[in-house]
Ligand binder design. Sequence first.
Ligand code: DX5
Ligand code: ZN
Length: 228
Amino acid sequence: MALRISPSILSADFGHLVAECERVAGTADWIHVDVMDNHFVPNLTLGLPVVESLIKSLRTPIDCHLMISDADRWAPGYAEAGADSVTFHVEAAANPRQVAADIRAQGARAGLALKPGTSLDDYADLLPEIDMLLIMTVEPGFGGQSFMVEQLTKVRKARELIKAGDLDVWIQVDGGVSASTIQDCAEAGADTFVAGSAVYQSADPAQVVSTLRDLAQAATSTSWWCAH
Ligand code: DX5
Ligand code: ZN
């Protein structure tokens, strides 16, 4: 079973972004870029011009996590710029079905994100139209928060639906993912893991990515959802 580790540069040194990404270039599957607008979330990070520069400067694919209002208007631009995956929040989109279609039309994978308080049941019908479901395991906005273990119920439910529908949809978890929590995420059904502070507050980010991958792989191979 393939799984992906996507270090979040939110906890990296913003003065040396390309160098920070290069530290995990050999081991990370993606670079997770958190775009925040100080409106959808109470924090401000970076926007399209910086993402465009990163895409040009890096070999590792970019996984854009948009925490911005009016995803309908802004999300397709990130796909057009060349991001490999563009994830928008369902709470920030008037017509999520259309946003996903617009992202895909630009050649990127379309991701749909749910805040901790957002129920999966209301959006389960969108699963066939997306490539990834992002289940937030903290309130979006800041790195370094504690993992919300109760969100694993949502992960499990999503995996059941994806399995039952034989859908090709990745399940990403984001927030508080570390060596202590990644195995529970993988066991519940996640296959794509974002880690910010666990990776970038370490002296050896590449080593952490590789450890996280090993832990997730081990937990996945014995999990209920990954039948052999
Ligand atoms: C938070 C961001 C995350 C953040 C995770 O809103 O979406 O990607 O970087 O940070 P950690 O891994 O430190 O919880
Ligand atoms: Zn994120």
